[in-house]
Write a protein that binds this ligand. Structure first.
Ligand code: APR
Ligand code: ZN
Length: 254
């Protein structure tokens, strides 16, 4: 029987090996196999919690209410997650010279924990807290979440997770670095993103416009699949990562 996933993995490996600049673009789906649920779809976070807790005006007006839920979702529940094989695959690809950068929409720090070096965090990082008054940043593991809401050591004002809340702009550095990836990449690998949150979701379309070949790994079709995807590997990312690395390590994919 023709194994279409295998065929597509080999096709993707061949494209990556002859590329000059490969960039990965990841979303919540890459962390699902680490035990972090996605935002939308089956078992999604916004099916269980009210997204208003991450609305900036609501947070500033009701810091305790928001922090109780933020602590539960991002620090008690997600805090224990470890990188899975898909995070490790991207880290290995970078160390072997096949991948230049990862642009991630995730705030879970799992790419860095897997060993990836060049990680562009489009939505920030949950492991850092930022003061809403003086901008001072503190690491979450130095903060006592026993007493909510947490306060800045320097000015005693409210601390907020250093990821963007609804209505906030993209961190400037991350935005600029992503634009440079979009310009330079000749291959974009999309892993576990539905492509439904702007402006992040535009990046693959812009890369495609600039001539990049689009490889997509997702168990479901997304906003990209029928529009711009060149090679669609319909699978859970963690389940094919070993096979993906093997295909890259094989001398000839003909
Ligand atoms: N491997 C690969 N993809 C998977 C897996 C898996 N094991 N499991 C699920 N997926 C796919 C789903 O099919 C879906 O297409 O991951 C995608 C997750 O989509 P979303 O939950 O919409 O996540 P994402 O695209 O990252 O959302 C973007 O939304 O709420 C905001 O800021 C938040 O960064 C987040 C943004
Ligand atoms: Zn402060």
């Amino acid at each position: 029987m023709l194994d279409i996933t295998k065929v597509n993995i080999e096709k993707a490996a061949k494209i990556i090996k002859s590329a000059k600049h490969v960039t990965a673009f990841t979303g919540a789906g890459i962390s699902v196999e680490s035990g972090i649920p996605p935002f939308r779809g089956d078992g999604g976070i916004w099916g269980k919690y009210d997204p208003k807790i991450l609305d900036l005006p609501y947070f500033l007006a009701n810091p305790l209410d928001s922090w109780i839920v933020i602590k539960e979702i991002f620090y008690e529940f997600f805090g224990k997650a470890k990188p899975n094989n898909a995070h490790k695959m991207l880290a290995e690809m970078e160390s072997l010279g096949w991948l230049k950068a990862i642009i991630t929409q995730n705030i879970d720090n799992l790419h860095q924990e897997a060993g990836s070096k060049n990680v562009i965090e489009f939505h920030g990082n949950s492991k850092i807290l930022v003061c809403t008054n003086c901008g001072n940043k503190e690491l979450i593991n130095k903060i006592n979440l026993g007493k909510l809401p947490p306060k800045c050591e320097k000015c005693k004002s409210l601390l907020k997770p250093d990821f963007i809340f609804f209505g906030e702009g993209i961190p400037q550095n991350a935005y600029q670095q992503s634009q440079s990836e979009v310009k330079n990449a000749d291959v974009f690998i999309l892993v576990g993103t539905s492509g439904s949150v702007i402006p992040a979701s535009y990046l693959p379309f812009e890369a495609k416009k600039n001539g990049a070949t689009i490889i997509e790994i997702n168990p479901e079709k997304t906003n990209y699949t029928d529009e711009i995807t060149d090679v669609f590997i319909r699978a859970k990312a963690g389940e094919i990562s070993q096979q993906f690395i093997e295909a890259l390590n094989t001398k000839n994919n003909d």
